[in-house]
Write a protein that binds this ligand. Structure first.
Ligand SMILES: O=C(O)COP(=O)(O)O
Ligand SMILES: [Mg+2]
Length: 237
């Protein structure tokens, strides 16, 4: 039986990058190697956090735009598209080779997931990362066992911030959106969840496209995932 303190929730959908795992090191390595292969200048790791969260296609186009500008070339759309197929192939190869080696699980994540499961909530992971990157990363970090489903950015026709992946994840879990909490680190997660009719909790340590996360509309903000349950229970924001 669900603990009375979690009345109102049957499940939680958890984001991956910036919420469970700090993956900026992996992104920096894979993007750096890809840019090197293409003969383009390296990108500052500080820029990467602003570009993560909208899927790999968006990330690669943003990075190519940035690198071409750094190289003194006017990056029009056709130039970016000319680089894109090769960039994607190189990036995928480099990312899969180092996946998880330069990233770490945020403090409180394991305890937070254990508490949610212990309270009887069903869990799914929903990320804009490709599923082929997400599954080995969760496995490498020992987090895969918490989730009944793992859906990447390529699992459905549209990605977050569209509500479709959230609604499809609720359907896979067999839970009502109003009783399924979305936990993420960005406006992308919040917008998708709100439009789907899910309550939203945001972690304050993630990426949020380089913007302050407390400015994003949410029901609750937490500085670590293990704070989520006690805070939710007390109705604290
Ligand atoms: O954009 C990405 O690759 C990952 O984003 P997410 O795990 O925060 O959804
Ligand atoms: Mg995220």
């Amino acid at each position: 039986m669900t603990a009375p303190v979690l009345q109102g929730l049957d499940a939680a959908i958890i984001d991956l990058d910036g919420t469970m795992v700090d993956t900026l090191g992996d992104f920096a390595q894979a993007l750096g190697a890809m840019l090197d292969d293409l003969g383009l200048p390296a990108i500052e790791p500080a820029f990467i956090a602003q570009m993560v969260g909208k899927g790999s296609e968006h990330l690669l186009r943003s990075v190519l735009n940035h690198a071409l500008t750094q190289a003194g070339q006017a990056p029009d759309a056709s130039k970016i598209e000319a680089f894109y197929p090769n960039a994607w192939e190189r990036y995928q190869q480099h990312y899969l080779a180092i996946n998880g080696r330069h990233s770490s699980v945020y403090p409180g994540v394991r305890q937070g997931l254990m508490a949610l499961r212990g309270a009887g909530l069903r869990l799914a992971c929903l990320t804009n990362k490709p599923t082929s990157f997400a599954l080995p990363l969760l496995r490498a970090k020992g987090l895969d066992g918490f989730f009944e489903h793992v859906f990447g950015g390529d699992a459905f026709e549209r990605k977050k911030p569209d509500p479709l992946p959230v609604l499809k994840t609720c359907a896979a879990l067999g839970t009502l959106p109003a009783r399924t909490l979305m936990v993420g680190d960005s406006s992308n997660d919040a917008a998708a969840a709100r439009a789907a009719g899910c309550p939203v909790a945001l972690v304050t340590y993630g990426y949020n496209h380089g913007q302050p996360v407390r400015a994003v509309d949410a029901d609750c903000y937490v500085d670590a995932l293990h704070e989520l349950m006690p805070k939710w229970v007390c109705g604290l924001r």
